[in-house]
Ligand binder design. Structure first.
Ligand SMILES: NC(=O)c1ccc[n+]([C@@H]2O[C@H](COP(=O)([O-])OP(=O)(O)OC[C@H]3O[C@@H](n4cnc5c(N)ncnc54)[C@H](OP(=O)(O)O)[C@@H]3O)[C@@H](O)[C@H]2O)c1
Length: 306
């Protein structure tokens, strides 16, 4: 029997993909939706699509504990997909999950680099420490969990070939941060959703961080540029920005505009997405657990941009 899944954030970008993946995998699927979403044309269109696909829509919000408990009592698994700046709003949700007492798995809103493994806490305006704080709360309350560490979504930074500020990949000049040899990871958002849903009933992912580091999706900036040059059949003019220069740029750029640079620094200079071995640090990797799940590779994605 497949677990019943409640998703919070189904009108959002990842949440919508999670709901579709959940239905696709035949899980009875519920979405917790705020009243205001029904009167927004874009969001109500998404809700109609989900409702037509079989998702049960429940009204509620993260600020309304009774609505949370009522929704949680109908399901086995809760997945939260609210924006990163709001992650501390999950505190009441953790309390409601504890109160309801029926949840077999909670997946909090993370979906990025592993907050217990990143090393940019002096630069990231508590981006990762807030996610780590929610982890510690879940663990203190003994709520069963899976943390999803998917690294970068492909829709983030890859469309510009890791050129913060640009919207499309460069065709003349490219900036490479650090020496260009440190590897980062990109996974397509719909694949993140499919791996997340695949993990919810798996005992191997219970109380674990599930990392996504798919072969074919782990590249350094030098390698990404080389792949792109081959695709467009042109050599780009390269400028290297040293770690020191990047740190100055981060400090000189106002928040939140500097966050893209912080993420580039974390992934492609510090190596926060790949410096540790997944298994020996007590974590599991998605493509190893589910080799049958087909995912989009970086080369396939860059084909769509060329
Ligand atoms: N790794 C990466 O590259 C990357 C990139 C982007 C995002 N992410 C991660 O993906 C996750 C989701 O981000 P996203 O970009 O998909 O978010 P999003 O599109 O901004 O969607 C946010 C959703 O949260 C809902 N929400 C917000 N506050 C709520 C509340 N108080 N009660 C109930 N629902 C509430 C919104 O509902 P309404 O429609 O009612 O507003 C919306 O459905 C986050 O964990 C984020 O860190 C990762």
């Amino acid at each position: 029997m497949k677990s019943k899944i409640l998703i919070i954030g189904v009108t959002g970008s990842l949440g919508f993909d999670l709901a579709k993946a959940s239905v696709q995998a035949s899980h009875p699927t519920y979405g917790l939706v705020r009243d205001s979403a029904f009167s927004d044309p874009n969001k109500s269109q998404k809700l109609q699509i989900l409702s037509d696909a079989g998702v049960t829509l429940l009204k509620g919000s993260l600020q309304d504990e009774e609505s949370l408990v009522e929704a949680i009592k109908q399901v086995d698994v809760v997945i939260c997909s609210i924006p990163s700046k709001l992650v501390l709003d999950q505190k009441l949700l953790v309390q409601a999950i504890k109160r309801a007492g029926c949840i077999k798995r909670f997946i909090p809103s993370e979906f990025g680099s592993d907050p217990d493994k990143t090393r940019v806490s002096d630069l990231d305006y508590n981006f990762y420490s807030r996610k780590a704080e929610i982890r510690r709360l879940i663990e203190a309350e003994h709520i069963p969990y899976t943390y999803i560490c998917c690294n970068f979504f492909m829709r983030y930074l890859l469309p510009s070939l890791v050129q913060p500020g640009l919207k499309s990949p460069p065709r003349e000049k490219v900036t490479i941060y650090g020496d260009g040899t440190i590897k980062g990871v990109f996974v397509k958002q719909s694949d993140v959703a499919a791996f997340t849903i695949r993990s919810v009933d798996d005992p191997r992912t219970l109380n674990m961080a599930l990392h996504l580091r798919p072969p074919g999706n782990v590249y350094s900036m030098n390698e990404l540029v080389e792949i792109w040059e081959t695709k467009i059949d042109k050599e780009l003019q390269k400028t290297y920005i040293s770690e020191e220069e990047l740190l100055i740029k981060i400090k000189e750029t106002p928040y939140p505009d500097n966050m893209e640079l912080v993420f580039v620094y974390s992934a492609f200079v510090k190596g926060d997405q790949t410096y540790f071995d997944i298994e020996s640090s007590g974590r599991v990797e998605g493509t190893q657990l589910y080799p049958q799940l087909v995912y989009t590779t970086i080369i396939e994605y860059l084909d769509t941009l060329a």
